[in-house]
Write a protein that binds this ligand. Sequence first.
Ligand code: PEP
Ligand code: MG
Length: 324
Amino acid sequence: AAAADVDVRHESVETADGVEIEVAANIGTLADLGPAVDRGADGVGLFRTEFLFLDRESPPDEDEQYEAYVEALESFDGGRVVVRTLDIGGDKPVPYLDLPDEENPFLGERGIRRSLGPDADLFETQVRALLRAAASADGANLSVMLPLVSTVEELRAGRERFESVAADLDTEGVDNELPEFGIMVETPAAAFMADQFAPHVDFFSIGTNDLAQYVMAAERGNERVSELGDYRQPAVLRAIDATVSAAEGEDCWVGMCGEMAGDPDLTELLVGLGLDELSMSAVTVPQVKAAVAETDTADARELAERVLQADTKAEVTEILTLDQ
Ligand code: PEP
Ligand code: MG
């Protein structure tokens, strides 16, 4: 109980030896903003914008999106708000978009693949709304990231869309700046190529829900393979380690916004692996902040080194349990 009682609201948190770790909230709808602020999130580490597009007959227009982004940015005065561009497809159907019937939708046209393809118009509208919101919201600190990136070309093409929309807005007399720009690392390709991505982005956000699914070839949410698709699998931990290591020495911070980030039993390990930011559902923000405050980074690194040597998930779990 003690952990949840620590009043960490609106205070950034440091490890016991003084390393600041950003602890942010994941949000889907604007209704998630209040709890995120109340639970003391430093900002938003993942705004799943596709939720603005679900349960309706037509997509939200530019002004409706603009209002939503302004509200999110203004809820965290100066706190970073990471907005992920549309991640449609896979497990997130949208009836009015007439998505193709695919045999393996998780391996099909999803995330950035749609934004650079059939949803290019929706993507442009979203980018306009985002850049306008960043330009006019009080205390705005916007970052944007692209979902399901697996090639450097996708990153380049996504960034070019932002640059060309920014230039259009300039022409229209709307002063704007390009936001901090990153990608989700949630495909094995992105993890393997992290050293090639790092010089081109300001940050990585590791999406362990999809990363575990794709690294282990075990469908997320499918109980028959949930043991395999677990983020404690050594192969998943190595993909995370490879990503963080590739960003070292580059001007690229590394966060995590998959479910793993919200597990307070894993906070020490994640600090030891070198994560700079953790983003989770608002409920677990206080526990994770308390766990960060108890962590010593030298001990955490030593723990991470031991965990990375484990050859099974059972051994990973055992090392973590003995460490508690
Ligand atoms: C993830 O894949 O870990 C992630 C955070 O994105 P989503 O759960 O929205 O796919
Ligand atoms: Mg994902």
